[in-house]
Design a protein around this ligand. Structure first.
Ligand code: OYQ
Ligand code: ZN
Length: 261
C-alpha cells in the first residue's frame, strides 16, 4: 500500500506541473524489473523487426524528447513475434536521458539505472486504423526499450547526433531520411515483457513493453549532444532538455515475463 499512499507532493515532476500518478492507474510505466521475480516463458519467441530505412521521415523536438518519425502508412517497417499476436507498425523512436551519466533511463533492472533509454514505438495496425486510435486501447502499442550505456562510440547513431543541433528548440522539425532503426538494437535477442503505459501524457495504459536485456553502447560525447537540446521554444528562457524520464511506478499485481532463463 505504501507505493500508492505516496505523498502526492513527492510526485510533482519538474517537467510536468501536474501529478505523475494516474489516479486509478493499475498498469503504469516505467517499473523496476526485479530479475528474480521475472517468470521465464519458453513460448516467448525472439522479437523480429523488419525496418525499411526509406520509411524514415523527419526528426522533431516535441518539448519532451526528440522523435524520429516514420511513414506508417504501409507495413514496410514492422515488429512481430515475441509477445505480439500480430505485426505492429513502427511510428517513431525517441530517447530519455539524464543531466549526467549517473541516471537517465526510465526502467531499471534490479534498481540499476542506465544513463539513457531508447524507445521504439509501434502500433497495432491489425486492430486499429491509426496510431492515435491505438494509443487509447489496452493492446494498442508495443514499445521496445533499449538501455544505453557509456562505452565506445555508436557509429550509426552519429548520423542522428550530427543533425540534432537543427532541432535544438521545441517544435523544430528537420527532414531526416534513410535511417535503419534496427542498428539501434543490441545483438542479444533476450528481453523482458510486461503490460504498461505511455510514460508521458496521455499516460494511457496501452503498451506491451519489450525491454531488451543487453544495453547498446554510446560514447559520452554522443550523449552530451542530447543534453544540448532544449525543452523550450525559440524566444523562451532556455531550459536544457535533461532528466526527461518519469519516476518509477508501482508494479501493482503485474508479472514481468522473460524470454530467457
Ligand atoms: C495525443 C497523443 C499523441 C498523438 C501521442 C504522441 C506520442 O507518441 N506519445 C508517446 C509515445 C511514446 C511514449 S513512451 N515514452 O514510449 O511511453 C510516450 C508518449
Ligand atoms: Zn519513451
Amino acid at each position: 500500500l505504501g507505493c500508492n499512499l505516496q505523498d502526492n507532493r513527492a510526485n510533482l515532476h519538474p517537467l510536468w506541473k501536474g501529478e505523475i500518478d494516474v489516479p486509478g492507474g493499475s498498469r503504469q510505466s516505467p517499473i523496476n524489473i526485479r530479475i528474480r521475480d521475472s517468470v521465464f516463458h519458453p513460448q516467448l519467441a525472439p522479437v523480429h523487426t523488419q525496418y525499411d530505412p526509406n520509411t524514415c521521415l523527419h526528426i522533431w523536438n516535441n518539448g519532451y524528447s526528440f522523435f524520429v518519425e516514420f511513414d506508417d502508412s504501409t507495413d514496410k517497417s514492422i515488429v512481430s513475434g515475441g509477445p505480439l499476436e500480430n505485426p505492429f507498425r513502427l511510428k517513431q523512436f525517441h530517447f530519455h536521458w539524464g543531466r549526467n551519466n549517473d541516471w537517465g533511463s526510465e526502467h531499471t533492472v534490479d534498481s540499476r539505472v542506465f544513463p539513457a533509454e531508447l524507445h521504439l514505438v509501434h502500433w497495432n495496425c491489425s486492430k486499429y486504423r491509426t496510431f492515435e486510435e491505438a494509443i487509447m486501447e489496452p493492446n494498442g502499442l508495443a514499445v521496445i526499450g533499449v538501455f544505453l550505456k557509456i562505452g565506445k562510440q555508436h557509429e550509426k547513431l552519429q548520423k542522428l547526433v550530427d543533425i540534432l543541433p537543427s532541432v535544438r528548440y521545441k517544435d523544430a522539425l528537420t527532414e531526416f531520411n534513410y535511417f535503419d532503426a534496427s542498428c539501434l538494437l543490441p545483438s542479444c535477442v533476450d528481453y523482458w515483457t510486461y503490460s504498461g503505459s505511455l510514460t508521458t501524457p496521455p499516460l494511457t495504459e496501452s503498451v506491451t513493453w519489450i525491454i531488451m536485456k543487453k544495453p547498446i553502447e554510446v560514447d559520452h560525447s554522443q550523449l552530451a549532444v542530447f543534453r544540448s537540446l532544449l525543452f523550450t521554444a525559440v524566444g523562451e528562457e532556455e531550459k536544457y532538455m535533461v532528466d526527461n524520464f518519469r519516476p518509477l511506478q508501482p508494479i501493482m499485481n503485474r508479472t514481468v515475463h522473460s524470454s530467457f532463463e
